[in-house]
Design a protein around this ligand. Structure first.
Ligand code: FAD
Ligand code: MLT
Ligand code: ZN
Length: 478
């Protein structure tokens, strides 16, 4: 039976308390729009449970009355996955009140946290226990563990530690009909059937609500070092990556790159930041190493890596952060790129991955084709070269209207993604599909794989109430 608005609000209030049910346009506005301001919807209500039991109560109610549910964590997602549609019929379930760090277990090297815990708070809790939780991304001050797992977030340390999927040992999930699955096992070996947690990780709220997780911890490095390196081309960057990967082994924790179009963006929107090279440098790499011996060892190793790269003619220039503050300043250049691009105006984003051996060839042909078809377009790509993952973003030509350029985004996307597909890559490396890439994914995905994904959705969410029409098309059934 459908509920009218007053009945819906009253029923939700019995689950979580009236203070934690929002309805007015003003109160729900921050939940109705995504970080990039690309998508805007209208939630019937925003409900904020404080416990797993309260999530279960909300989902039982939603299932009984066929109310679609959009789960939202920090709302920093890049694919519009956490934004409700404009029907006014969907409720947003915000996990922000479920933010407890339940238990750090230094012997098992694990931490159990609630889904609404902010990533940075989890990193700090691990640090206080003398351990490292290595997931790291520029939105870590506001994104949540639930969102990280639901999108299988990547970030800057995947090269060494893997993505969110690799860092998760156990999950607690509330199913669409309000049952609680307690899979909070901190086991590194467990072959007792299908690995259900891996279904929920990366499912972007379409199969259930993740309420808690057991995550892996690691030894904290004694020292970290950051270097920024100027390179003549992306091909040389890939060569440098291969070199430092074999020279440093597990000490290499990040290998990021930025194209020549990135420096001018930072200079325009963050003029106080200092770019250490000529702003026309074709490619700049940012490398981070972690050392378990000493500060001095960390410095010597990175200095000799850089010296060898310069001697070999792979790199043309380089700087090493001599202090924590200097290293932070180098990282800040990389981390402010999303914001700088946003400040520049609407732009066309891509989040692609390729095998590292094919990245340079892809970029070469993609840039040539885009320049021919969209003269003056700026190729402001950056990203996680260590994982073969580039944010291959395309900006309007200087002096033109960014919105008018973005009106051609389907053509740009088609060109870029057809090429990615032809090179054996993925059109969504770490940001997920949400609503941004849902239809394109259906175009490129293997038909059998897509049909199996629909079967999983049908089996776990038969009423189609969980984040309808995200990830997969035509999932509305309620
Ligand atoms: P939300 O945006 O709230 O939600 C994202 C998706 O997860 C939605 O589909 C939502 O329905 C679902 N969801 C959220 N919580 C739950 C839950 N508890 N149970 C079930 N489903 C849930 N991403 C990267 O991978 N790597 C990066 O380097 C990176 N850098 C970023 C930098 C900036 C400046 C910004 C703004 C974003 C960046 N992102 C990056 C994207 C974003 O931060 C990640 O996708 C993050 O994991 C989203 O977490 P969130 O809590 O904000 O999720
Ligand atoms: C990044 O690596 O900075 C992020 O994934 C965000 C983005 O692509 O803008
Ligand atoms: Zn990224």
């Amino acid at each position: 039976m459908q509920l009218d608005t007053p009945d819906l609000l009253a029923a939700l209030a019995t689950c979580v308390g009236a203070r934690h049910v929002l309805h007015s346009l003003e109160d729900t506005q921050p939940y109705n729009e995504d970080w990039r301001r690309k998508y805007r919807g209208r939630a019937a209500a925003v409900v904020s449970p404080a416990s797993t039991a309260e999530v279960a109560a909300v989902l039982q109610l939603a299932s009984a009355h066929r109310i679609p549910v959009v789960t939202q964590g920090g709302n920093t997602g890049m694919s519009g996955g956490a934004t409700p549609d404009g029907s006014g019929a969907q409720i947003v379930l915000s996990t922000r009140r479920m933010n407890r760090i339940r238990h750090v277990d230094p012997f098992n090297d694990t931490v159990e946290v609630e889904a609404g815990a902010v990533l940075e708070a989890v990193q700090l809790a691990a640090g206080e226990a003398g351990r490292l939780f290595p997931l790291a991304l520029a939105a870590q001050g506001s994104c949540t563990i639930g969102g990280n797992l639901a999108t299988n977030a990547g970030g800057t340390a995947v090269l060494r530690y893997g993505n969110a999927r690799d860092l998760t040992l156990g999950l607690e999930v509330v199913t669409p009909d309000g049952r609680i699955w307690n899979g909070l096992r901190g086991l590194r070996k467990d072959n007792t059937g299908y690995d259900l947690k891996q279904l929920y990780i990366g499912s972007e709220g379409t199969l259930g609500v993740i309420t808690a997780a057991v995550l892996k911890l690691f030894p904290t490095p004694v020292a970290r070092r950051t270097a920024m390196i100027a390179l003549p081309s992306l091909e040389q960057a890939v060569q440098l990556l291969c070199r430092v990967r074999s020279e440093l082994g597990p000490a290499l924790t990040a290998f990021e790159v930025m194209s020549a179009a990135c420096a001018p963006l930072l200079q325009r929107h963050f003029p106080a930041m200092r770019w250490p090279f000529d702003s026309r440098t074709p490619v700049v790499a940012l490398i981070e190493t972690s050392d378990h011996e000493s500060e001095a060892h960390a410095r010597d190793v990175l200095e000799s890596v850089l010296a060898r790269a310069l001697d070999a003619g792979i790199a043309t220039d380089g700087v090493i952060g001599e202090s924590v503050a200097q290293s932070r300043a180098l990282w800040a250049l990389r981390e402010h790129l999303s914001e700088a691009q946003g400040l520049e105006g609407p732009h066309i984003k891509h989040d692609i991955s390729l095998s590292t051996s094919r990245v340079a060839a892809f970029v070469d042909v993609a840039v040539r084709r885009l320049e021919a078809e969209f003269p003056g377009a700026r190729m402001a790509w950056f990203g996680h070269l260590g994982d073969g993952n580039l944010h291959f973003n395309v900006l309007a030509p200087i002096g033109t209207d960014p919105a008018a350029f973005c009106a051609r985004q389907e053509d740009v996307n088609r060109l870029v993604h057809d090429l990615v597909h032809a090179h054996g890559g993925s059109i969504s490396a770490e940001h997920g599909l949400g609503q941004l890439r849902r239809d394109e994914n259906a175009r490129y995905k293997d038909a059998v794989e897509l049909a199996l994904m629909h079967s999983v959705k049908q089996a776990l969410d038969p009423l189609g109430l969980m984040n309808p029409d995200k990830v997969l098309t035509a999932t509305k059934r309620y």
